[in-house]
Design a protein around this ligand. Structure first.
Ligand code: PLP
Length: 465
């Protein structure tokens, strides 16, 4: 535990209240009901070490969400900051617009070597939404360059989250995030996801893949640029693909000349036990989008990785992909990404996840004896528990109950007891866990020791009363 002397404690308290006032007055938090902090403290995280973070009171939390699926190698890795500092001394910034610099060249080559198949061309951006935005524009530009300029639409899945910029938001399949900002970029089409929890047993397991073909046929294949899918869908709570799902999707895309974009903003860099999530399910996309764990979030960075076929039309004569962002391939972010890859290789992070995922999963499965736990699903260190009112019928909570369950009790109580994880009801209510990839038995036991009593209490308060 992080302790401070009593003199220091007073000045820390003064700092903390000052910070609270400043946060409430000036900081605009993302996706946050700021009114919720009118009468309570903004949680201020100031320090991290391994799988744990500490708030300004010195209280320790197990970061069961890797700070939004990001800090894959864990907190407090000074060597990533040192890599950035070294790079800053040499060259703090130069652009990738018409120029290159050694860190972007070296990182692109390292990523190409790690990426599956012939995905050899790397376009750097600064985050996931920029990556998705770029991938869609690249798909359109590719088709136009191949003489099919009418291909502009994108197919994605219900409840999927692909980001918030206007193009990425079009792919996002969450109505409450979309509706307030309509009209969005034209051309978005949504289809069923792979959540099989409530499917009838005799349902064709590949029907969700077939739904993609139906959508493409309905829209007219000559108008569809790409299908964008996550290896494991985050929105709705870690929906895994059915056996053969991605192979069928690949066939469908090839049959209709549509590109397959694998959105691996979460599912790459070891999150599901592989450098890239598509490797786990053995499919080869045309384009991968990535961000978050690419630098373990020590620097904001993302990338679009394209196959040789997709890059080819842009490599000759006057051809150009007319797109870019000032900070894409920032040299300090590149240096951090390479230091992150060094740590991942040295500590065999992907192997560690594959070795330990069974134990992590077994801990979560052990919670199935609780009446509120309906389903446990996910892959690697990326899992969700779906909460239900009735295990037998799989009945879910209505909006009011869900609000009371998640915001009224669970998220606050878990945090109070020192566990950061995600409670979400954008689909059916879930608790999601995505710990740093260095997590081991000690952390799994700690997660269980907090989740079990809190979920039991939730049942008593909300359902049984
Ligand atoms: N795509 C996926 C699959 C994501 O999970 C996210 C963010 O969580 C994004 C895109 C958007 O990333 P960012 O928040 O970095 O813009």
């Amino acid at each position: 535990m992080y302790r401070v002397s009593s003199d220091l404690q007073e000045s820390v308290s003064a700092d903390v209240s000052g910070q609270q006032a400043l946060a409430k007055r000036h900081l605009w938090m993302h996706f946050t009901r700021m009114g919720a902090y009118e009468d309570s403290e903004v949680p201020v995280i100031e320090r991290g070490e391994g799988c744990y973070v500490y708030d300004t009171h010195g209280k320790r939390y197990l970061d069961g969400l890797s700070a939004l699926y990001c800090v894959n190698i864990g907190h407090g890795r000074a060597e990533l900051g040192e890599a950035a500092a070294e790079q800053a001394k040499r060259l703090g910034f130069y652009t990738n617009w018409s120029y290159a610099h050694p860190p972007s060249i070296e990182l692109a080559a390292r990523i190409a070597a790690l990426a599956p198949g012939d995905l050899n061309r790397v376009f750097f951006v600064s985050g996931g939404s920029e990556a998705v935005e770029t991938a869609w524009k690249l798909a359109k530009a590719y088709h136009a360059a191949c003489g099919e300029p009418r291909r502009h639409k994108i197919v994605s899945r219900y409840l999927a989250y692909h980001g918030t910029s206007m193009g990425a938001l079009t792919a996002t399949g969450l109505p409450p995030l979309r509706e307030p900002f309509e009209p969005l970029t034209p051309g978005g089409r949504h289809v069923a996801n792979t959540n099989s929890y409530r499917w009838k047993e005799d349902r064709d397991p590949l029907w969700a893949a077939e739904a993609i073909e139906e959508a493409i046929l309905f829209e007219g294949p000559h108008t569809v640029a790409a299908v964008i899918l996550e290896p494991v869908q985050n929105g709705g709570g870690c929906f895994v693909p059915q056996e053969g799902y991605f192979q069928r999707v690949r066939e469908i895309c090839d049959r209709h000349g549509v590109l397959l974009i694998s959105d691996e903003v979460i599912c790459s860099w070891g999150r599901i036990g592989h450098w890239f999530g598509s490797e786990r399910y053995d499919y080869l996309p045309d384009i991968i989008t990535t961000a978050k764990g690419m630098t373990s979030a020590y620097a904001p960075m993302g990338a679009v990785i394209a196959s040789d076929r997709i890059a080819e039309p842009f490599l000759h004569a006057r051809a150009i992909f007319n797109h870019g962002f000032t900070f894409g391939g920032h040299p300090m972010a590149c240096a951090v990404a390479m230091a992150n890859i060094d740590v991942m290789e040295r500590e065999r992070i992907c192997e560690h996840v594959l070795e330990r995922e069974g134990e992590f999963r077994a801990m979560l499965e052990s919670l199935r004896d609780l009446p509120i736990v309906g389903d446990v699903r996910g892959a690697g260190y990326f899992c969700a528990i779906e909460l239900v009112k009735d295990k037998q019928t799989k009945q879910t909570f209505d909006a009011h109950e869900s609000e009371e369950l998640l915001r009224g009790f669970l998220s606050g109580e878990l945090f109070k007891r020192g566990l950061i994880c995600r409670t979400d009801d954008r689909g059916d209510p879930i608790v999601q866990l995505s710990p740093p990839l260095i997590a081991d038995r000690e952390q799994f036991e700690e997660i269980e020791s907090i989740l079990r009593p809190v979920l039991s209490e939730a049942w008593g308060r909300i359902v049984k009363r």
